[in-house]
Ligand binder design. Structure first.
Ligand code: AMP
Ligand code: ZN
Length: 503
């Protein structure tokens, strides 16, 4: 039984979707004003693991992610400038071009990391009419007020505002007051109030992304877009463009990084629950930060490392996926090039193991295993129990390593070679990879053509006749063709050089 830690209840709880086999999952997408850094990608990887575990359990997952292409300001206190508009000025491009360019770069990162794409990817700018509908409904129900720069949500009107943080309205406001380093608009009634609609600025550069509304020309607030996309695609609360709050259904899962708890997710909850009077989301899951020695990795911290930086240094992108698997998603993970190198080594060893398994499977395929010495069921059980325990990927990896190590122990013992069911071992590894996502099914045996086969046979003969020079010469020829030979008690094992790089 899958158990997940729920930020809302602060407990690890058995996961049960509202509809027996269908799961609704929302993950907050990127703000596309720059390349995603490894920290952002850690969060998308944790969400991918969650989704894969759900799929493994046989659930049909309806996964929706937004793309924030408008409304995310440089300050979370509703001041500052729109990150995308700002980048457009810097790069001398249109805001739309900026959003499109960085969205594509983000998709490319996800592909390289073997992340399963969401069923629906919704750009915030495509749902402005729905945004207006939600604001109108909030206004109708008395949750809004107007200031000189926008329409705001009055957080004092909601009984349980802030529940995701474990604090109430008063405590949150007190905390903000004590720690306020940012400028809060003096017109805001409470520090926790937030913008639903911001008016386009009357001075400074003219905004490129702006829309007319019943309140004035402007653009939606960041939290509103996620609330609307949830209501539309997962909660089923829009019909022919009209918001029908009582139709809204609770969503099973909603995720993001821990930084989203106090503001972004707290405010999404406020917007949705204010109009629907119903629980917005059952399970809230949050991933801890990727950190470096000095603290959180982030663009504004100036310490962002990109996936492309890692590839430029010669790392396989999946070595980062492996690194993320080595830590539980709720513990901060420290990034260093050394830890990445160690992950790459481990990944390489896993590839070698898969290859070894495939190779000896063909060698022994005619011989039925007498019995299988490897306790595959037991290891599989450990693996699944680890994942079911709030996605404990380090424990699940430990089960995988138990499989690998016990495999070699038996495989390398000449007396026991018939006691491995290679096919079953290989299939168990692929089963694990349904969640790990390390593309292990892409590893295949080389096609050995007649020329290569002849060289191998000749070399074997030379070795048997102790013609070491000739054998060595033939090894070099084989090497030039791109293959390595490992001599084993059971004959030569041929390995494609760079199996690791090429797959
Ligand atoms: P953003 O594009 O800023 O909206 O962030 C996209 C996602 O990355 C959000 O879910 C953030 O919580 C998450 N995130 C940002 N920085 C980090 C970090 N250093 N480690 C892990 N996740 C992060
Ligand atoms: Zn969001």
């Amino acid at each position: 039984m899958l158990k997940l830690y729920n930020t809302l209840t602060k407990k690890t709880q058995p996961f049960k979707p509202l509809h027996e086999k269908r799961v609704s999952l929302y993950t907050c997408g990127p703000t596309v004003y720059s390349f995603a850094h490894l920290g952002n990608l850690k969060t998308y990887l944790f969400e991918d693991i969650l989704k894969r575990v759900l799929i493994y359990h046989g659930y049909q997952v309806k996964h929706v992610m937004n793309i924030t292409d408008v409304g995310h300001l440089t300050s979370n206190a509703d001041s500052g400038v729109d990150k995308i508009e700002q980048e457009a000025l810097t790069e001398q491009k249109s805001a739309w071009e900026i959003a499109e360019f960085y969205s594509q770069a983000f998709f490319n990162d996800l592909k390289q990391l073997n992340v399963i794409f969401p069923k629906i990817i919704a750009k915030a700018t495509d749902y402005i009419p729905e945004d207006l509908e939600l604001i109108k409904e909030l206004e109708r129900q008395g949750y809004t007020y107007r200031t000189s720069d926008g329409i705001y949500f009055d957080t004092s009107k909601l009984k349980d505002y802030g529940k995701l943080t474990g604090m109430n309205f008063e405590q949150l406001n007190k905390l903000l007051k004590a720690g306020a380093r940012v400028e809060f608009s003096p017109e805001k009634k409470h520090l926790t109030d937030f913008a639903l609609w911001k008016f386009s600025p009357t001075s400074g550069p003219k905004r490129q992304m702006e829309w007319s509304s019943p309140w004035g020309v402007g653009f939606p607030g960041w939290h509103l877009e996620c609330a609307v996309i949830n209501l539309k695609f997962l909660a089923g609360a829009f019909q022919r463009g009209k918001l029908i709050p009582k139709k809204a259904q609770t969503i099973d899962l909603h995720c993001g990084g821990v930084d989203h708890i106090p503001i972004h997710h707290t405010n999404e909850i406020a917007e949705v629950e204010a109009v629907t009077k119903k629980k917005f989301v059952n399970f809230w899951l949050h991933g801890a930060f990727l950190v470096v020695k000095e603290g959180r990795m982030g663009k504004s911290e100036g310490n962002a490392v990109l996936l492309t930086d890692l590839i430029k240094k010669g790392f396989h992108p999946l070595s980062y996926r492996y690194l993320v698997l080595t830590a539980h998603y709720r513990t901060p993970l420290e990034f260093s090039w050394e830890s990445l190198k160690a992950s790459e080594e481990s990944l390489k060893n896993i590839f070698d193991f898969i290859y070894d398994c495939l190779w000896w499977q063909t060698k022994y395929q005619s011989e039925k295993p007498q019995n299988n010495l490897l306790p595959l069921n037991q290891i599989h059980k450990k693996w699944l129990e680890a994942l079911d325990d709030d996605l404990n990927t380090p424990q699940a990896l430990a089960a995988f390593w138990e499989l690998i190590n016990s495999y070699y122990q038996i495989r390398k013992n000449p007396q026991l070679k018939n006691k491995i069911n290679f096919k079953a071992v290989y299939q168990t590894a692929l089963e694990f990879d349904k969640v790990f996502g390390l593309k292990l099914n892409k590893i295949t045996l080389p096609k050995i053509d007649s020329h290569l086969k002849q060289l191998i046979t000749e070399r074997e003969q030379a070795r048997q006749q102790q013609q070491w020079n000739k054998a060595d010469q033939l090894r070099k020829e084989i090497d030039k063709l791109g293959y390595l030979i490992e001599d084993t008690a059971d004959g030569p094992k041929i390995i494609t050089k760079e199996i690791y790089r090429n797959y």
